[in-house]
Design a protein around this ligand. Sequence first.
Ligand SMILES: C[S@@+](CC[C@H](N)C(=O)[O-])C[C@H]1O[C@@H](n2cnc3c(N)ncnc32)[C@H](O)[C@@H]1O
Length: 278
Amino acid sequence: MTTTATNAGEISRDNYSFLQQHVLKASGIVLDENKHYLLEARLIPIVRKESLKTLNDLCALMRATSAGRLSQEVVEAMTTNETLFFRDIVPFKVLRSTLLPPLIEQRKSTKKLTFWSAASSSGQEAYSLAMMLCEMGLQDWNIDILGTDLNEKMVERARHGAFAQIEVNRGLPATHLVKYFERHEMEWRVKLVLRRMVRFEKFDLRQPMRMLTSCDFVLCRNVLIYFDMDTKRSILSEIAKTMSSGGYLLLGAAETTMNLSDAFERNAIDGASFYRKK
Ligand SMILES: C[S@@+](CC[C@H](N)C(=O)[O-])C[C@H]1O[C@@H](n2cnc3c(N)ncnc32)[C@H](O)[C@@H]1O
């Protein structure tokens, strides 16, 4: 294994396997053999914070305090939380122009729509949906957007709904920033009109989802890539159970239901894939 100048990245084969197993069990994330650089980047800050010297020391402490705060911190550090407002834009455009209008017509009497942002990270996807629905004049509808994530820190951040300048610079139109956020010291806070539509909960995608039924749209983007085939299959099967027939699942650009689930039919619209629940 490679080492940094201070040797903080030093890790034995046995400890590397221990971390692989720990992360897999706690999150489903498959950590390949060649991810030593990732372990260093994500875990050396914890090594330093705990006043330890190396990744080997961190593993020793984790073994001694199994299932404790440190073990959770390690798993959270290994999750990739990259996200941005209106990520990949086309899915949002297609939702607005093609998928939502007939459903809105159909729901005129109940005025109810349900969305699940599965693996919502710090909440930008859920808040993007809320902004899109407001722009469509649906702020008075009974909108339920549930954002869920395994990483407790991300769930807290999403609930807090405050974003740094660098985050609002990514994907958020200036008009939306002015309309839906208010400046508070160094942060931009989401206004009440969006907060009322959105809620966030900690949830492991590998568990059965009991918080939602008859979901109209599920966005589960850029997370399946981290799991093995069996885990992807079982997550897709659970997602299908939460959805209404005719509802749509949106995956990340590098993800598909192909060879994983028969519950969906793929529709390609404007170059993006949408999976219609059969
Ligand atoms: C790359 S982010 C994707 C965020 C957002 N969906 C997007 O596309 O912008 C992946 C998220 O998946 C979450 N995650 C990883 N394993 C998970 C699991 N087993 N259950 C729920 N969320 C998980 C991570 O904490 C992280 O926030």
